[in-house]
Write a protein that binds this ligand. Structure first.
Ligand SMILES: [Ca+2]
Ligand SMILES: [Ca+2]
Ligand SMILES: [Ca+2]
Length: 294
């Protein structure tokens, strides 16, 4: 795929995006496909532009105790694929985003309301190191990775198919409503505050946790997994998504994060227990302090 002038278009798109009023259409997050405790977003298997290395097959998320497990599968290795058209000679995974704001992606990004996770240590992210970031705005790196200037350009290049953003953004219209149509594909962390690290998971650990993309016919040659503390993200309905750096493929997943058992449950009990004595109130104060400091 050669897209001359893509960088220029992307730069123009960035300028346009900064003054554009985004659609107020709120994304109604709904549950993905549940199996063995994992929530799956299964991507179209033939919408990866540029060959098998750029083909994402699915994303899955599972809550395990105090952790959130995330898994991705497809043809893209964690360290990316060599590509002479990319400024750094490599096209890899973008960063993964969690949007719990209830707003579309660009609104959440422009108000620094996203969470972002850099899990690929060799990509072009502005995040200094791998890990979990809050108060995130997203940026596009497609222009320096031989990629697409917009989703519209991607769809018009032969990829106007069902489930191109996975089963939770199943149509082109749903993808446009959430990401935007003619604006840059925002696929890596532009700015944010690091709140914690991730721990990579081995294939054995993922298997033990019940991960099974094969159940959906979506097992890729490369499966990547990591865990993070659920307290870093909070709770509620989310839309999670990731693109490869060129925008040649992407997948999203809607779901709901349960409230972390500690310390929010202590606060909840204290609020409900109006007759609670001083000891409970002291716990509540301690819990509140913990929340502020974390
Ligand atoms: Ca795909
Ligand atoms: Ca790159
Ligand atoms: Ca896709």
């Amino acid at each position: 795929m050669k897209l001359t002038g893509t960088k220029i278009r992307t730069l123009l798109g960035v300028a346009a995006a900064s003054v554009c009023l985004f659609s107020a259409t709120g994304q109604q997050a709904s549950a993905g496909q549940l199996y063995n405790g994992w929530n799956y977003g299964i991507d179209a298997s033939n919408d990866g532009s540029g060959g098998s290395s750029f083909e994402i097959k699915g994303m899955a998320i599972k809550e395990v105790g105090d952790s959130i497990f995330v898994a991705l599968t497809g043809g893209m290795p964690l360290t990316g694929a060599a590509d002479g058209g990319a400024a750094d000679g490599n096209i890899g995974w973008g960063d993964l985003f969690f949007n719990l704001s209830g707003k579309d992606f660009q609104t959440a990004s422009s108000t620094n309301s996203l969470f972002g996770i850099r899990f690929a240590g060799t990509n072009d992210s502005n995040a200094a190191t791998t890990g979990v970031y809050k108060n995130v705005s997203a940026m596009s790196v497609t222009g320096v990775n031989n990629g697409y200037g917009s989703l519209n350009q991607y769809y018009n290049s032969g990829f106007d198919k069902a489930n191109t953003q996975g089963t939770d953004l199943a149509t082109k219209e749903a993808a446009y409503n959430y990401f935007g149509q003619n604006t840059p594909i925002l696929n890596e962390i532009g700015s944010g505050t690091k709140v914690g690290d991730i721990t990579m998971l081995t294939a054995t650990q993922l298997l033990t946790a019940g991960l099974n993309f094969g159940h959906f016919g979506a097992a890729g040659s490369q499966t990547i997994g990591f865990q993070l503390s659920r307290s870093l993200l909070g709770s509620g309905s989310y839309m999670a998504n990731v693109f490869v750096e060129c925008g040649n493929d992407g997948v999203a997943l809607a779901g709901n994060l349960a409230k972390a058992p500690e310390p929010s449950s202590i606060v909840g009990l204290a609020l409900v227990g109006l007759t609670a004595a001083g000891s409970m109130l002291r716990k509540r104060r301690l819990a509140s302090v913990n929340i502020v400091e974390s």
